[in-house]
Design a protein around this ligand. Structure first.
Ligand code: PEP
Ligand code: MN
Length: 238
């Protein structure tokens, strides 16, 4: 479990599970430096024509590769009807930014016995984010991890705007661990290292980072994915 104030946790892996080879090749180079493996089997994509994930086949690959390297996993659930299935394959369930206010889904994951990583909505205030967490907590699930993944602002320089102060504010206002996702927040691999170091300096609890063994061939979010070598260099700096 990810505990507040314990250490700086690293969750890493590709945006999406594309194949067993892709996941295996990526994880085999970083497994020693990560606390959790992340990889999506159900992908919330802006366009319906984009790769939507391998679904249950992806979950099976995730569980197999994680077992091989003795790792715990984080993966996203998009739909209430998939909560039991996803929770049977993973250690932590992720609620993505687009679903932060999907109250039916929040209530459903409030009933399970596995931790939930709750991303901040693209346009959610810190108060709304903490209220969304309350839905899960009041359902009886006390293991919620908050993840700041960038919000929409007028700034066009980066994909979203990492609200580091907002993340610290969330950490001050609640007893939950708070991590950042510098990959989605910035959309650029060259900004991941500095934002991760900043989050650690700010006293936050960890970072979730996209890593792909061949970012240029990734089916999604290659531009914001580190190579395993770059990730391991960041690990050393931390
Ligand atoms: C993800 O982490 O794979 C993801 C889709 O993130 P977000 O919900 O923050 O966009
Ligand atoms: Mn992604």
């Amino acid at each position: 479990m990810i505990r507040k104030g314990e250490k700086f946790y690293l969750i890493a892996g590709p945006c999406a599970i594309e194949s067993e080879k892709q996941l295996f090749e990526t994880v085999s180079k970083i497994y020693q430096n990560i606390d959790y493996l992340r990889a999506g089997a159900y992908k919330p994509r802006t366009s319906p024509d984009s790769f939507q994930g391998l679904k249950e086949e992806g979950l099976k690959i995730l569980a197999k590769v994680a077992k091989n390297f003795n790792l715990l996993t984080v993966t996203e659930v998009l739909d209430t009807k998939d909560v039991q299935l996803v929770s049977s394959y993973t250690d932590i369930l992720q609620i993505g930014a687009r679903n932060m206010q999907n109250y039916a889904l929040l209530k459903e994951v409030g009933k399970i016995k596995k931790p939930v990583l709750l991303k901040r909505g693209l346009a959610a205030t810190v108060g709304e984010w903490l209220s969304a967490a309350e839905y899960i907590l009041s359902g009886g699930n006390k293991e919620v991890i908050l993840c700041e993944r960038g919000i929409r602002t007028f700034s066009q320089e980066t994909r979203f705007t990492l609200d580091l102060a907002g993340a610290v504010k969330a950490a001050q206002k609640s007893s939950l661990p708070v991590i950042i996702d510098p990959s989605h927040a910035t959309g650029e691999k060259d900004l991941i290292e500095s934002m991760t170091l900043a989050a650690k300096a700010a006293g936050l609890d960890g970072a979730m980072i996209e890593v792909h063994y061949q970012p240029e061939k990734a089916k999604c979010d290659g531009k914001q994915s580190l190579t395993p070598r770059e990730f391991n260099e960041l690990y050393e700096k931390l």
